[in-house]
Design a protein around this ligand. Structure first.
Ligand code: ATP
Length: 370
């Protein structure tokens, strides 16, 4: 397996890109560690497949370099790079048996028959397909065919990396969960370098050691689930991770806090100084999990109008409007929420502030009075 490095990598499908918007991938430098399990997460069109195809060699970047273990592979084909890629839909030989499909990449590399047999059985066992090995692939259901595609990626141990492009799309939800667990287990056993593309945050967070979040052709954060949840580097990460995502409100700096429209939210001196230093435009971000009901006039709180309350079993999802901005709060299921006007604590230790969408590195003090 390989350590993969991007050096000023960029890609534009159109010739002569003039502005950053012309790039499917904006210039970036980053490292994918040897043996790491990464998920590439982002909405449709953000550049995930382009990035994956640049790693595999299916797309040659219009700028920068790709290195495997320090070796420049930018001009090499997928075969020369020794990459296994599993796509959204099964790529298998219908006329062959399941065994022969799994054995194909090994026989292609002249592996001795006994070793082929051992590897194929090992992978079939992991994927719970041992009984299907003699069957013709054409007779199998779509999810079983996709399991063969996964198996063909996993059967080789000499690859630099295995790339998955939304491989579980055709798999039914219950099986999806099981296969994700299996992939994670395989990764722990074999320490493969895996890059897994998805637009589903649950899939990304359960599979990967590190999630790489993309938007508009940019990587905006690379980190574990906790960092993405508690310390989003970019407002987009706050919005995209979580259900519902982070409350994001544009605010203006004031003498002793920030103003959300006409509402004033008091802040501690250190936070104010950090905001001043960073410069605006500012966004206040707080996850629904951390918003709580406050007393009237409580420091760090703002008045809001209740819109609706949804009882969801283990919590109630409260939606309120604070000076034209929607605030979601996940509150204890039995807490009584007053009708009409409510006070919500928005400046809490878990609150984050963004300057121009980038997080300002400061923690709001427990007590938010100056
Ligand atoms: P999805 O989840 O929908 O597959 P994605 O995040 O994988 O999206 P890409 O397929 O990499 O995104 O696309 C990134 C941008 O590049 C999009 O604006 C897309 O329209 C554009 N694009 C992708 N492939 C090509 C191509 N072959 N020619 C021109 N533009 C392309």
């Amino acid at each position: 397996m390989a350590r993969i490095e991007f050096e000023n990598l960029a890609h534009a499908y159109r010739p002569n890109p003039a502005t950053l918007d012309d790039y499917a991938l904006q210039p970036m430098s980053m490292v994918w560690e040897d043996g790491g399990a990464y998920a590439l997460l982002g909405p449709s069109g953000c550049g995930k497949t382009t990035l994956l195809n640049i790693v595999s060699g299916l797309v040659t970047p219009s700028g920068g370099k790709v290195r495997f273990d320090g070796r420049d592979v930018t001009g090499q084909s997928p075969r020369e790079r020794n990459i296994a890629q599993v796509f959204q839909f099964p790529v298998i030989y219908d006329t062959m048996s399941v065994f022969d499909n799994l054995a194909f990449p090994l026989r292609n590399r002249n592996m001795p028959a006994a070793e082929v047999n051992r590897r194929v059985h090992e992978v079939a066992e992991i994927l719970d397909m041992t009984r299907e090995l003699p069957r013709k692939a054409s007779n199998l259901a779509a999810d079983a065919k996709q399991k063969i595609s996964l198996g063909r990626g996993l059967v080789r141990r000499d690859v630099a990396a295995i790339l998955f492009d939304e491989p579980l799309t055709v798999i039914d939800p219950r099986m999806k969960w099981m296969l994700r667990r299996q992939l994670k287990k395989i990764h722990q056993q074999l320490k493969l370098t895996l890059i897994y593309v998805t637009h589903d945050q649950v899939e990304a967070l359960t599979f990967a050691d590190e999630v790489v979040v993309m938007t508009n052709g940019r990587v905006v954060q690379k980190g574990g689930p906790e960092a993405l949840f508690l310390r989003p580097d970019h407002a987009f990460v706050g919005y995209f991770i979580g259900s519902p995502g982070m409350n994001l409100c544009p605010v203006e700096l004031d003498a002793d806090g920030v103003k959300l429209g006409a509402q004033r939210v008091l802040l501690d001196a250190d936070t104010l100084a950090a905001l001043k230093h960073a410069g605006g435009p500012f966004t206040l971000g707080i996850r629904p999990e951390f918003v709580r009901l406050a007393h009237e006039g409580e420091p760090g709180a703002a008045r809001a109008q209740l819109l609706r309350v949804q009882q969801l079993g283990n919590y109630q999802l409260v939606a309120a409007q604070c000076d034209g901005h929607l605030i979601n709060a996940k509150l204890e299921p039995h807490l009584r929420v007053p009708d009409g006007s409510v006070w919500l604590k928005l400046a809490a230790p878990e609150t984050v502030f963004f300057s121009n969408d980038e997080r300002i590195p400061v923690k709001v003090a427990e007590r938010t009075v100056r």
